[in-house]
Design a protein around this ligand. Structure first.
Ligand code: ADP
Ligand code: MG
Length: 240
């Protein structure tokens, strides 16, 4: 098994609040790994440190055997932030072209990638509209398309399906599974249990710590629970 991400002893405080407490996490190449936990548990802080846009107080993150932060890694990582960072006065296509240009995509390859990612998120017919006119779900989908546009090996998606309607959520999941089948590694955060159940591996995050990690089946067996909600409750009781 090749390791895509290794997080060791990662801690972070904001003021007096310890937001991450000695996090240990390993993500294997080719996995879909879900970080699941309630709002405020530290998921976004953790993924920002994996991407290298925020730095820990202590501990290390290694991605593809490179210590984060590393400029060379940016080409290999597609990051979708929890809040959309889009140019509202530009069209969806112009946004995609702008972010793709940061990765030197041009010409026919650029066109091919834009067409492909627009199709995945079902925005083909809205690409020429200004993003200011997009709904919240459309902005989310455009952010996902931007994370995918340079064909990164590792996708880090912070609450990718929030605000996306159930039908499209299904198709986004189908595509994530397809990307995994192509060998991509995907780390995503969610607070939705049925999404967590689709991940190959999950880590339950609470109060800045990882309560338990493993495959959904392993965790259900370990905690004698019939679903992940039950696992969360049982693991939480054990942590008290
Ligand atoms: P989640 O993504 O699981 O909802 P976050 O990582 O966003 O959790 O937040 C974890 C905790 O850290 C929360 O209590 C949040 O208020 C706090 N926090 C996050 N970012 C900052 C920041 N830049 N400054 C101060 N507190 C922060
Ligand atoms: Mg968050």
């Amino acid at each position: 098994m090749n390791h895509m991400i290794r997080v060791k002893g990662l801690s972070k405080s904001f003021g007096k609040q310890r937001v991450l407490k000695d996090i240990e996490l390993t993500v294997a190449e080719g996995q879909i790994y879900g970080l699941i936990g309630p709002s405020g548990s530290g998921k976004t802080t953790l993924v920002k440190m994996i991407v290298g846009i925020d730095s820990p107080d202590s501990g290390t993150v290694t991605v593809m055997d490179k210590r984060v932060p590393d400029l060379g890694l940016l080409q290999d990582i597609g990051y979708m932030a929890q809040s959309d960072a889009l140019y509202l006065e530009l069209t969806g296509k112009e946004n995609l072209a702008f972010f793709a240009s940061l990765f030197n995509l041009k010409g026919s390859r650029l066109k091919e990638r834009i067409d492909y990612v627009a199709k995945i998120v079902d925005l083909e017919t809205s690409l020429n509209k200004k993003v200011a006119a997009y709904s919240g779900g459309m902005k989310r989908r455009l952010s996902l398309a931007i994370a995918l546009v340079h064909d990164p090996k590792l996708l880090i998606l912070d609450e990718p399906t929030v605000g996306i309607d159930p039908e499209l959520r299904q198709s986004v999941w189908q595509e994530l599974l397809e990307l995994m089948a192509q060998g991509k590694t995907i780390v995503l955060t969610t607070h939705v249990m049925d999404e967590a159940a689709k991940c190959e591996m999950i880590a339950l995050v609470r109060d800045g710590g990882i309560l338990a990690s493993g495959s959904p089946e392993e965790l259900k067996a370990k905690f004698g629970a019939s679903d992940l909600e039950g696992v969360f409750l049982a693991a939480g009781r054990g942590a008290k």
